[in-house]
Design a protein around this ligand. Structure first.
Ligand code: GLY
Length: 267
C-alpha cells in the first residue's frame, strides 16, 4: 500500500440474525435472547465504530445463520492478506462465502482446507506474532495452515492452549500496543512473556474481551470491576451494553473485522 495514499479504517459487520436464539453455545447455559434489544445493542456498537472513525462495510443479513453477527470468526485480516477461516462449528461454515466476497475487494484471499478448523476468535495479533488458541473450535492443522499463509509476510504463529472458555479472545485481548487484558484461569501467561498485562477482576471471568481501536477500548458494561482496573491502568475505556449478544457467547471483538485500507470509495 503506498504510504502517500489516504487510509481508512474499515469495520465489517453483519446484522443480528433472528436465528440468534438458536446460536451455538459452548460454556454458557442458554438464556432467552431479546432480538430487538440485541439489534439495538448492535446498532450502538456500530455507532461506537463510526465514532472512532471506522467506515462500516455491512454484510447482508443472513436470517438462517444463527451466529452470523459474529463476523470476527470468519476471517483473519492482515495488511498483506486475508485468511478466510473454516469455522469449528459446522453450523457456521456457510457464513464465510459472503465474507470472502467482500474481503476480496480489499485483500488477496487464502483459505483453510478441510478437515482443519480455525475461528478468527482464536487469533490474537500482537505486532508480527499471531497467537492462536487451540480451543474447541480451532485445530492444530488450522493453525499450521494459517502459519503457512502468513509466514511469507514475516508473521510468527504461536499456539496457546485455551481451557474453560470459547475462544482465545474470550481469555485474552489487546488493550494497548503491547498490553493485554487476560484471565489466567483460561490461558497460561507464559506464551505472552515480554508483554505487559492486566488481569480481569476474578468476579468477572469473561471480562478479558476488549476491542482496541486506536487509543481507546470498546468494553462491555457488564464488567464494571475490570473496566475500573483498565482505567486505573491508564486505558481509555468506552463502555457499551452488549448483554443480549453476551447471552449468545458473543463479545465486543466478535462483532467486527477491523482493518486499514486505502481510501477508495465505491464507484
Ligand atoms: N455463539 C457463538 C459461537 O458459538 O460461535
Amino acid at each position: 500500500m503506498p504510504s502517500s495514499a489516504k487510509q481508512v479504517r474499515i469495520a465489517v459487520t453483519r446484522p443480528v440474525s433472528p436465528a440468534l436464539l438458536r446460536c451455538e453455545l459452548t460454556h454458557l447455559a442458554r438464556a432467552p435472547i431479546d432480538i430487538d434489544r440485541a439489534r439495538e445493542q448492535h446498532a450502538t456498537y456500530e455507532q461506537a465504530l463510526l465514532r472512532v472513525g471506522c467506515r462500516l462495510e455491512r454484510l447482508p443479513e443472513a436470517p438462517l445463520l444463527a451466529d452470523s453477527v459474529f463476523v470476527e470468526d470468519t476471517a483473519i485480516v492482515l495488511d498483506e492478506i486475508a485468511v478466510v477461516t473454516r469455522p469449528g462449528a459446522p453450523s457456521r461454515r456457510a457464513e464465510t462465502d459472503s465474507v470472502a466476497k467482500v474481503l476480496g475487494r480489499y485483500r488477496r484471499i487464502a483459505g483453510i482446507a478441510a478437515p482443519a478448523t480455525l475461528d478468527g476468535g482464536d487469533v490474537l495479533r500482537v505486532n508480527r506474532t499471531l497467537y492462536v488458541g487451540l480451543s474447541g473450535r480451532s485445530s492444530r492443522s488450522g493453525l499450521e495452515q494459517l502459519a503457512e499463509h502468513v509466514a511469507p509476510f514475516g508473521y510468527r504463529v504461536e499456539a496457546v492452549p485455551v481451557h474453560g472458555c470459547l475462544h482465545l479472545k474470550s481469555a485474552v485481548t489487546r488493550v494497548g500496543p503491547e498490553t493485554l487484558l487476560l484471565n489466567p484461569q483460561y490461558v497460561a501467561t507464559e506464551p505472552f512473556r515480554g508483554l505487559e498485562w492486566i488481569e480481569v477482576d476474578s468476579a468477572e471471568p469473561l471480562g478479558a474481551n476488549a476491542l482496541l481501536l486506536d487509543s481507546e477500548v470498546i468494553y462491555p458494561a457488564s464488567k464494571p470491576r475490570t473496566a475500573e482496573r483498565l482505567r486505573r491502568g491508564g486505558v481509555a475505556v468506552s463502555v457499551i451494553d452488549v448483554s443480549e449478544l453476551e447471552k449468545a457467547e458473543g463479545a465486543v471483538t466478535c462483532c467486527s473485522l477491523v482493518f486499514v485500507d486505502d481510501d477508495r470509495r465505491e464507484p
